[in-house]
Design a binder for this molecule. Structure first.
Ligand SMILES: [Zn+2]
Length: 484
């Protein structure tokens, strides 16, 4: 059995000014055939799962294509998308004949002229590979589920967890199901249900925790092969944006459709109840200074993982104004300031302007007399075993505040982002991180308290006000009763 595998993924915030091009992929993660490291990345895990399986089953031959991932950002330019897509399609043509194509996708990639990049890619893969080949892909739940994707793939599986700690597990499932399908053990049929809502659905807390556990228990019974929740991605202005429930059955289309609707309506009943209470900047700082630290403040709407810059200063400016010390900030994206710090050298005391440069809403640049505390080329943090490059980084210190400036945009996944720069997270009263929920598992063990802070910008976090132009159907909360 010959399996072709590749990965092309990013998450496009169509409201973001951080446009995405080939360099965004090359800088973040790019592995040509045979060059993928042993460790998986979030979206390239199927390749690693294919390698694992072929190592234990000599009847399986894996043909590797390219894998590319760019940090979430704004619209991908057309030429860059077509270049990466055609690279993979050319590799696929050269690999024929194959019995399965297993892809690591994200599902919220939007390029100029392509509102549904993954649908476009899957339909071209189908044209090249033919009707008999099993086409399978992993998806991030923060994606759009389109008819074009369902029509051209046999198996689509989204990560169940948010934080997405289960990406390797889902990739293994996908590869196992693909192989079983090629061997004739299953005839997968996918059915989806449109929940007509968009919300943020962390699974680290109720009601989503129990819901996801229930889905896992339903799998493997009554010919149900897989159940995925597509949370949707509210920062993508495309026609099919929104939450969907996806069920794959073994040749039981009606059962799959009924289960998708039943679970989808249960999910609809959770709307508006899934997020923890977000604090304002003022209440967060009041609370955070009342108890012994470290208190973790999550700047939920300046999360580069959602495609914004990650150079916002709204919370830090208030920390400075209040004179709070023993603070570590991880991170503020500012490659220009990093360059200046490298030029000044470790130990230098300089006047530096940093942060607040990418957009009008996320705060002003901060001007301070700082000490360049530490410089680190190619710093790396870790997320569930995968390496996340932070690029060249500088730690600057002033008024009891240590700020990590990074040159690769990335969200704050894990305390390793501080230790990579030799900052000891336990020694601070406040740790300010930029993440919506991926930080949670990593930071919970060391945090005296975790506070989610709603600074109001720059992520388009309010669907009612986002002004979608391409959305085609009623969705809660834009419409109160979308099924009426
Ligand atoms: Zn996601």
């Amino acid at each position: 059995m010959r399996i072709f595998t590749a990965s092309l993924a990013t998450e496009t915030n169509t409201f973001s000014p951080m446009y995405t091009d080939l360099d965004s992929f090359y800088q973040c993660f790019y592995a040509p055939p045979g060059q993928h490291p042993a460790t998986p990345t979030l979206c390239s895990a199927p390749l690693v799962a294919c390698r694992e399986l072929s190592a234990t089953d000599s009847s399986i031959e894996v043909i590797e294509g390219s894998c590319a991932w760019a940090e979430p950002g704004g619209l991908l330019n057309r030429q860059s998308y077509e270049h990466l897509r055609d690279e993979i399609l050319t590799q696929l043509r050269a690999a024929l004949p194959v019995q399965a194509v297993v892809l690591g996708l994200h599902g919220a990639m939007v390029a100029q002229g392509y509102d549904d990049c993954e649908g476009d890619l899957l339909s071209r893969v189908r044209q090249i590979a033919g009707d008999k080949v099993v086409i399978a892909a992993t998806l991030d739940p923060h994606s759009h589920l389109t008819a074009q994707r369902l029509n051209n793939a046999n198996l689509l599986i989204a990560f169940k967890e948010f934080p997405h700690l289960d990406f390797m597990q889902r990739a293994r499932e996908l590869v196992t199901l693909s192989v079983a399908t090629v061997r004739g053990q299953y005839q997968p049929v996918m059915r989806s249900f449109d929940c007509r809502m968009i919300d943020v659905l962390p699974t680290s807390r109720e009601p989503m925790r129990s819901f996801i556990d229930k889905l896992s228990l339903l799998e493997g019974q009554n010919d149900i092969l897989s159940i995925s929740v597509i949370h949707g991605f509210m920062a993508g202005d495309v026609a099919e944006m929104g939450t969907q429930l996806l069920v794959i059955s073994n040749n039981q289309p009606q059962r799959a459709a009924e289960l998708a609707e039943q679970l989808g309506m249960e999910l609809f009943s959770f709307r508006g109840k899934t997020l923890p209470a977000f604090a304002t900047i003022d209440t967060a700082l009041d609370d955070a200074t009342m108890i012994a630290g470290p208190v973790v403040l999550a700047d939920v709407w300046d999360n580069p993982g959602g495609g914004v810059a990650g150079d916002g200063t709204l919370i830090l400016a208030e920390i400075i104004r209040r004179g709070i010390s023993k603070v570590a900030v991880g991170t503020i994206w500012d490659p220009m300031a990093v360059k200046l710090c490298f030029a000044a050298g470790e130990g230098a005391s300089i006047i530096l302007r940093f942060g607040g440069k990418s957009c009008a809403t996320a705060g002003d640049p901060i001007d301070a007399q700082v000490t360049v505390q530490r410089l680190q080329r190619n710093a790396v943090q870790y997320f569930a075993g995968s390496e996340v490059p932070m690029g060249d980084c500088a730690v600057i210190s002033f008024a009891g505040i240590d700020v990590i400036l990074n040159s690769n945009r990335c969200q704050s996944f894990d305390p390793s982002l501080f230790t990579a720069l030799q900052l000891e997270p336990q020694q601070y009263q406040l740790l300010l991180v930029k993440s919506t929920n991926h930080f949670y598992q990593g930071f919970a063990p060391l945090a005296a308290k975790i506070i989610y802070v709603d600074a109001g910008a720059p992520y388009p976090s309010d669907p009612v006000r986002n002004g979608y132009r391409k959305l085609r159907r009623p969705l809660w909360p834009i419409v109160e009763s979308p099924f009426a």
